[in-house]
Design a protein around this ligand. Structure first.
Ligand SMILES: [Cu+2]
Length: 727
């Protein structure tokens, strides 16, 4: 029995690119099916993007739910951001008309290196029915039914700055809760304070460093205990820094890949209920009405695969009857959208193909994605350009085995025909990718023949972009659903691409002298270390455990910690048991390096659970290293020294723990599918330790956590602080 199942039992269990105008938003309203339309975008001008963002309930125009027992079609009410430029706002309201956008699919904020992003966030979210707050609240979380929110800029290497007397704005700081005063007054909590209380309005000011990588990032709320409810209701959008052409070049003539052939495809899902009596939640049972959103999603809402060959799943799957172990969702529908659109058609006309920028902006859902050639039913090859917002870097002599190792379960790497152009980077070709929550991937997509070579498509060539269904170890299963149709209508011969896109990898550039992982950290001035804060001794590593606080409580998601010396032994006095998130305690505090340079550390991530988790950390980047690599080397050896920068990630899937025969019954029957640290240490529970080289480039207090938001809300999160170096 997995911890997931335990929780379930409690529940009862032109290239459609919008025209871009500086300082304005532009784009069409999301369509139902029809041609894919790129999301609306706000673009910085003169180094600034200054927005009013209102978190609010609104009907989702692109989702039309037909009640099973009759009645008018319903546009379910999601929660998503209404956005306008501050210069057009009327106080804390956005004007009606074209200057305001409210896109369920996720608005794009387009910024450049050196820009300032200012956001005034206003909370107009509705109060929650305490019965339907399916996260069982912990200490200090009594205010959650008032539905506070905040904002995190996921993946940006920016300061996690708290306000000061002289500067009342927040950086990318998650320890603040913004309450809607219309929902009542929050009661200050004496335990587990989850951050300062703000009423109605919070102002953010986020400075993008001049040496920040160009790439794809996103924003979403980060209130512990409500992250899943808010993200799965639609609260997320994307951020781009720079342009795709900054790192992606045509290999024939090294010209930048044009923005006009780039698509921003943000993946979201939402579960819509049909009326029923006594739906069961953790905190009780309640009636639901037709069209109501289940904002703490249930992975068992649909069957994993279609019930029969005639069931077509284009952008949705039908609610299923799970009465024996869960709820009966018959008549409901689970929608899977691409930038807010259900099963759009992507019509590819550019002879040199397109770049797709994918973001998993779902709450807990992991996508296993393929592009299936409709004529052959075979998965088509795509070129991986960038991962989690940083473009990949591989020299041409990198062996395929290394790219497979590096891909680490996120990408299925395949040979990339034909040989790359001399002098270009080694292309990484894939035919399948797994995107766990928060993951981003940028892909070069064009028609290819059966041998995987770029070719002119035959007339009428199409493919289907689909999630093929995924099982997370002993945890959730996610359904198979078709996401989009692709029409290859490339009639002219290609002009700029010989065999691949040449990728100028920021993973390598970032570590060079002026790169963000090497250069002096702005705004950091030498200061004495706070009590209890020290640099990790040379040769030591940090180790993080993913498990449960209480092995008999499958909902008590937590993280453990220890420091490990050069011989691999835990350092006495550093060990913290696996425990649920406690915002009053820093698990880790470290200073920047000498001269206020980025700190580099080696961490080991140890999975104790038989279900998959993923590791995400704010304000940092990491890359895989061999578990045996010397700790704390400024450039720790990568999987293969010949592979250059390789890839840098901000989230990474962990494998699963395997209990041996002597403890398997205990783990699976009594321990919610999770081993104890002692069982792991004694060798009775085996999991592959994942070692990463971490780079810390920013000051402040922030968090690391599993990005399956059900697990994050449950407590699989810990706090870390980075302070200036004393010298
Ligand atoms: Cu998890």
């Amino acid at each position: 029995m997995s911890n997931k199942i335990a929780i379930r039992k409690k529940i009862n269990s032109r290239v459609g690119v919008a025209t871009i105008l500086a300082g304005l938003w532009c784009g069409a309203t999301a369509a139902i099916a029809g041609p894919f339309v790129d999301p609306p975008v706000f673009v910085s001008a003169n180094g600034l993007l200054d927005l009013l963002m209102i978190a609010q309930p609104a009907p989702i125009p692109s989702i039309s739910f037909t009640p099973p027992h009759g009645g008018a079609v319903i546009h379910p009410t999601g929660w998503f951001y209404q956005i306008c430029l501050r210069s057009t706002a009327i106080g804390n309201r956005c004007p009606s008309g074209a200057a305001t956008v409210a896109a369920y699919g996720g608005t794009r904020l387009a910024l450049n290196q050196g820009d300032t992003l200012k956001i005034r966030l206003v909370n107009k979210l509705p109060q929650l029915n305490p019965t339907k707050v399916t996260h069982s609240t912990g200490p200090g979380e009594a205010n959650l039914p008032l539905n506070p929110t905040n904002l995190h800029t996921h993946g940006l290497l920016v300061e996690a700055r708290a306000p000061t007397l002289n500067d009342p704005t927040f950086g990318d700081y998650v320890f603040v809760q913004n309450f809607n005063s219309a929902n009542g007054t929050p009661i200050p909590q004496t335990t587990h304070q989850h951050g300062s209380i703000k009423m109605d309005v919070v102002d953010y000011r986020i400075n993008i460093p001049a040496n920040h990588p160009s790439g794809l990032f996103w924003f979403h709320p980060h209130v512990h205990g409500l992250a899943l409810n808010q993200v799965s209701s639609g609260m997320a959008g994307i951020i781009t820094i720079g342009r795709v052409g900054d790192f992606a070049r045509h290999d024939a003539d090294n010209t930048p890949f044009p923005e006009s052939n780039v698509r921003h495809m943000t993946l979201k899902d939402i579960e819509v209920l049909a009326a029923q009596k006594n739906l069961q939640f953790v905190n009780g049972t309640a009636d639901v009405v037709d069209g109501e959103v289940l904002n703490q999603e249930d992975p068992n809402f649909c069957t994993q695969f279609p019930a029969n060959a005639s069931e077509i799943r284009e952008g949705s799957c039908p609610g299923a009857d799970n009465t024996p172990d869960g709820n009966n969702y018959t008549g409901g529908k689970w929608y899977f959208t691409v930038s807010g659109q259900q099963f759009p058609t992507v019509r590819m006309t550019n002879p040199d193909g397109e770049i797709w920028r994918l973001t998993n902006a779902s709450g807990s859902l992991s996508y296993d994605l393929q592009l299936i050639n409709d004529a052959t039913s075979a998965p088509m090859i795509m070129q991986l350009i960038s991962v989690d917002g940083v473009s990949v870097h591989l020299p041409q002599d990198t062996p395929i085995g290394t790219t497979v190792t590096m891909a680490g379960g996120r990408f299925k790497v395949v040979a990339c025909p034909p040989a790359p152009v001399v002098g270009a980077s080694l292309p990484i070709c894939i035919n399948e990718l797994v995107m766990m929550p928060s993951s981003r991937a940028e892909l070069f997509v064009t028609y290819r023949d059966a041998a995987g070579r770029i070719a002119l498509p035959p007339s009428g060539a199409t493919s289907t972009f689909k999630m093929v269904g995924l099982t997370m170890g002993s945890g959730d299963t996610w359904p198979a659903v078709d996401l989009a149709k692709v029409e290859f209508a490339q009639s002219a011969p290609r002009a700029h691409v010989v065999s691949a896109i040449n990728v100028l990898g920021d993973t390598l550039a970032g570590f060079q002298a002026n790169g963000i992982f090497s250069a002096t950290v702005p705004n950091a001035k030498a200061a004495p270390l706070p009590a209890g804060c020290a640099a990790l001794p040379a040769g030591h590593k940090r180790r993080v455990f993913f498990g449960l606080e209480d092995l008999t409580d499958g909902a008590s998601f937590g993280l453990g910690y220890e420091e490990v010396d050069a011989k691999g032994n835990p350092v006495p006095g550093t060990q913290l048991p696996v425990a649920r998130f406690d915002p009053s305690r820093n698990t880790i505090c470290l200073p920047l390096g000498r001269g206020q340079t980025p700190a580099h550390e080696t961490w080991e991530l140890v999975q104790l659970s038989t279900e998959n988790h993923n590791f995400h950390i704010h304000q940092s980047r990491f890359r895989p290293v061999q578990a045996s690599a010397p700790a704390n080397s400024v450039l720790a050896p990568v999987v293969n020294p010949a592979m250059g920068g390789g890839i840098l990630e901000d989230n990474r899937p962990l494998g699963v723990a395997v209990p041996d025969a002597t403890i398997v019954d205990q783990v699976m029957n009594n321990q919610s599918g999770v081993c104890s640290v002692d069982q792991w240490r004694s060798g009775h529970c085996v999991s592959t330790t994942f070692a990463v080289d971490m780079a810390f480039t920013d000051l402040g207090e922030f968090v690391y956590h599993c990005h399956i938001l059900e697990h994050e809300d449950g407590g699989m999160m810990a706090k870390i602080q980075v302070v200036p170096s004393p010298f």
